[in-house]
Design a protein around this ligand. Sequence first.
Ligand code: ADP
Length: 592
Amino acid sequence: MFRSLHIKLTMILLLLITSLMAVVGAFLTTSVSSFYINTFYEQINDVFSQSTFLNSLRRVAPESDAATQIQKMVDANAGALGIDYRTRNYYILDASGAYLTGSDDEGGQSLESTANLLAAENGNVGDESDITADYMDAAIPITDGTADSDVLYIIYFLDSKGTVSDLNSRLFMIIVQALIIGLLISLLLSFLLSKAMVGPIEKLTAGAEKVAAGDFGSKLPVESSDEIGVLTGTFNDMAGVLQETLAAVENERNKLDTLFLHMTDGVVAFDHDGLLIHSNPAATTMLGRELGQGCTYDELFADVYPFSQMLSLQRPNYAEGELQIDGRSLELYLAPFSSDQESGGVLIVVHDVTEQHRNEERRKEFVANVSHELRTPLTNVRSYAETLRDAGDDIPRETADSFLDIIMTETDRMTSIVQDLLTLSRLDAGNAEMNLSRFPFRDAIESVSRANALECKRRCQEFTCIAPDDLPLITGDRSRLEQVMMNIIGNAIKYTPDGGHIGVTAGTTEEKVWMEVSDDGIGIPEKDRERIFDRFYRVDKARSRQYGGTGLGLSIAKEIVDRHHGTIRIVPKHTPGTTIRLTLPIHQDPAD
Ligand code: ADP
């Protein structure tokens, strides 16, 4: 209940009332005193300025019972002189100041010699007032009225200020009572005032506490149009703006969080002490370790760029670096994110360039392979053509024919390489059109098997084809899929010695059809199995070339199968030879 504002208000009001009463009291008592003194001297002056009264006094002064007559005359004017015979008395003294008679015999015996009395003894009217004295007096010298006559009597008025003291005491009591009532009223007032003022402020404080706790929803009621009402309205507006701003900031933060979470580049941030403050999943994957609390810059990137130098970099400058982790090539962009020492730190964007490097390598390798594959037949063609030209008619007809045969074979080889490259480049560019149709999978297998049967026979190889009658229709580019089958079966024949066995089987699983081509030929060594779908990759270059192979057949097959959303792979087996399995979906999504 006794909030500080309440106490302050009460104290202010109490102080105000007390000081007001003190001032009023002091003013009143002083005024009353000076009024009383002034009245005292005015009354005496009024009476003694009457010439008839003064002349009467002077006339009786020389007489023997002058003191008694003077007393009578003064008594007659007692009312006008304010003599109450209690606090104010008069004394008739002789010229030396000795008491003769008066209104107070007892007091008259012990009169003090005051300045006014001395003045009267010297023949002057003693009416000097002294506000500090606890009495007031006046002394009037009485002569016989002739010039230079001596003072015969002195009428001395003495007021003990009892009345004024009583009055002042009464006043003081009234002021004390007023002060007590005033204090009580001020207490009540301060309570009511503080209730009226502190109430809305308390509500405002409660509202501010709610806002500080994050509750922006509740609005404070504006109950008045005074300053507190205006403040409450402004507070409501401020809370609204704060809510909107926070929502916008939250929204931005969510966006950034989502961005960080799903971006393919890794992002890692360190504070100015080099301690990890943020990382995204991509960074964890790329750096190949858990990025938890306590992880430091120096543990991860000290070799790339010293942390202290990073912090001293001026924005927008940044540093670049590279890192090799678990066979992955990482490109790093390091930048300070604030020039402020306290809130500063370093942000690192990690970009995985492994695939890029690998592709670059593959591209170089591919270009080298193409050059090499074309140069060999070209060299052959050129050397045989030169020999034919140089020999002229000297060369026997059969030799010339065999040379020409070689030239034609090499030319055919170059043509098939160029054709294969063209097919691949069209497939790569995505503009090799697929003529999709529904056709029986079994028909395609039989047609390719028939085309190869003759070659098998020529090489005394046993060829078997077991395909169930109920193989379904599939959707695909029949001629390209037959090209794939031709390549697989052709390879099986090529890489199986004469007299070997080639078997084709087919079947259905769920929504897919499959075809397996097995042979008991030379097989593919374990280490090469991964790479035989690479362009120009051949296990045995000489042997492949001997059979007219370009090393592009399986890569083209893989591209075609990929375009049909199928798979082509080597089936692991323990018996000699190779088994290649082709799987294709029965239906193709026309949208693809
Ligand atoms: P190529 O025109 O040289 O046959 P492919 O791309 O068709 O090219 O085959 C790539 C390589 O895979 C071949 O050079 C060969 O070494 C190997 N290969 C493919 N099929 C077989 C198989 N059935 N038996 C053994 N080796 C095979």
